[in-house]
Write a protein that binds this ligand. Structure first.
Ligand code: SF4
Ligand code: SF4
Length: 209
């Protein structure tokens, strides 16, 4: 589910425009959502979502803003910024997660399945993502294969939650190298069945060295 993400400097419930520092850029709520949607499209989130939803893992399940045949009727900054374990892993493995987090940390008023983001606000850092649809295609194929192989209902969804938890834990122990190494090993083990993805990832890192 979309997570609650407070912004310490820019509090919700205000429609005011914040005073800009010299390098800051005025941004509208709508354009920030569009930037996020375009970036997600570039990384191929739709390919992974298709497999996840087919296997009962939709994060929109039960949301009052979801309409049959139409989809989300309340596109907001919170749900755009939020990443599930699969998408978090995709960005973690490709080194794009910090870029994503740093961008969204600047967007005020994120909540749960709705936002209190002002119509206009200022951001300092633009979002620079890459097109990595070949990687998400590989991950989606791996996930579908795992879901088919494992008869246990929700196998890939449980995997998604475990990966999610580990990546979050990693962010919470930035100054503890031993703990970080342990968590990184966990993530490696959890993602070891993603064979197609790991192959594409090696290529990606080779090209981006
Ligand atoms: S949980 Fe993740 S993969 Fe599944 S539908 Fe939501 S965003 Fe897509
Ligand atoms: S608000 Fe939209 S994107 Fe967010 S959970 Fe509901 S249907 Fe999904």
């Amino acid at each position: 589910m979309p997570s609650f993400n407070t912004n310490d400097q820019l509090q919700p419930d205000t429609q005011s425009v914040y005073a800009p520092a010299s390098s800051m850029e005025k941004m509208s709520r709508q354009s920030v959502i569009q930037i996020g949607v375009d970036a997600l499209n570039g990384v191929g989130s739709d390919l992974i979502c298709k497999v996840c939803i087919r296997n009962g893992g939709s994060c929109c399940s039960g949301c009052r803003h979801l309409e049959n045949g139409i989809g989300c009727k309340n596109r907001n900054t919170s749900c755009t910024a939020w990443l599930c374990g699969f998408l978090k892993y995709l960005l973690y493995a490709t080194g794009l997660l910090t870029e994503w987090d740093d961008f969204w940390r600047q967007v005020p008023g994120q909540a749960y399945r709705e936002d209190y983001t002002p119509e206009f606000f200022f951001i300092e850092k633009p979002l620079h993502m890459q097109s990595i649809r070949n990687l998400s295609e590989a991950l989606a194929a791996d996930l579908q294969e795992l879901a088919t192989k494992h008869i246990a209902i929700g196998f890939i969804i449980t995997l998604r939650e475990k990966i999610d938890k580990n990546i979050d834990r990693l962010n919470h122990c930035k100054n503890d190298p031993k703990k970080r190494n342990r968590i990184k090993r966990n993530i490696k083990v959890l993602s070891s069945p993603f064979h197609r993805f790991q192959k594409e990832l090696r290529e990606y890192h080779h090209l981006n060295m």
